[in-house]
Design a protein around this ligand. Sequence first.
Ligand SMILES: Nc1nc2c(ncn2[C@@H]2O[C@H](COP(=O)(O)OP(=O)(O)OP(=O)(O)O)[C@@H](O)[C@H]2O)c(=O)[nH]1
Ligand SMILES: [Mg+2]
Length: 296
Amino acid sequence: MSHKAGFVNIIGNPNVGKSTLMNAFVGEKLSIITSKAQTTRHRILGIVNGEDFQMILSDTPGIIKPAYQLQESMMDFVKSAFEDADVLIYMVEIGEKELKDESFFHKIINSEIPVLLLLNKIDKSNQEQLEEQVQLWQEKVPNAEIFPVSALQGFNVPQVFNRIVELLPDSPPFYPKDTLTDKPERFFVNEIVREKILLHYKKEIPYSVEIDTEEFFEEEEIIRMRSIIMVERETQKGIIIGHKGAALKRVGVEARKDLEKFFGKQVHLELYVKVNKNWRSDSKQLRRFGYSGDKK
Ligand SMILES: Nc1nc2c(ncn2[C@@H]2O[C@H](COP(=O)(O)OP(=O)(O)OP(=O)(O)O)[C@@H](O)[C@H]2O)c(=O)[nH]1
Ligand SMILES: [Mg+2]
């Protein structure tokens, strides 16, 4: 029996719904989702295994013009997604005009590999607007096949999935057929905690935070985890902890509930807050947290 396998890399502006789409395909909450831009900071693989195919999706950070070194490393993940893609998914949302970095747009319109342009969030538009947008994007990206979708509501998602399977090259699987992702358990602990930070703190706070899970110890009945919430400055530490520790407690309670769902087991989560001065601009620190840390 012939077998298909390949890399399907999802790129686009921040907040357009890339992670929502990957999770919908995989059927698991692998990537965190919030209404804030730059929720995703890494390249995260989500693998869908069929009897005769393996679809390796990769979720990437939203495209931006980097302002500090962490963001440069985030854009390195986007660049790497162009290098190994067998199918490129360019996601835009209704009403969007252009990609936040033109050089990536040129790569898309000159792509030699198939491009599927997903016009997302159509649940927020009407027929007239939709038709106008489809036409606009067809002119802008003539090499793309366009699919209006709602990643959130699942509209047209199975159709896109089937089209991707058709486009996958003949190949044996790249990963064992029971693999779901390339990331270790601790990564998901970091991400779930960071999601709660994105949800509950304002302004620059979520962008100044990195999580480092120091302990992940699985016992028969329970998984014990200890994570450090790293901030850039002393003042941010106080904000994270909140009055009498209430803010931090809420993060802990909500994260634990999600972790229990994710791992299907009881979880004990300890959270600490530490100042790690300017970690976002420190190559060594960035590498420790899984970013390239390359200076441009
Ligand atoms: N109405 C509507 N909202 C959506 C849809 N898809 C995603 N969203 C919402 O859009 C917001 C961003 O979704 P994400 O999946 O985190 O977007 P992203 O492109 O991964 O964002 P970054 O990781 O920040 O680049 C969330 O609030 C989602 O619930 C959709 O089809 N319709
Ligand atoms: Mg995302």
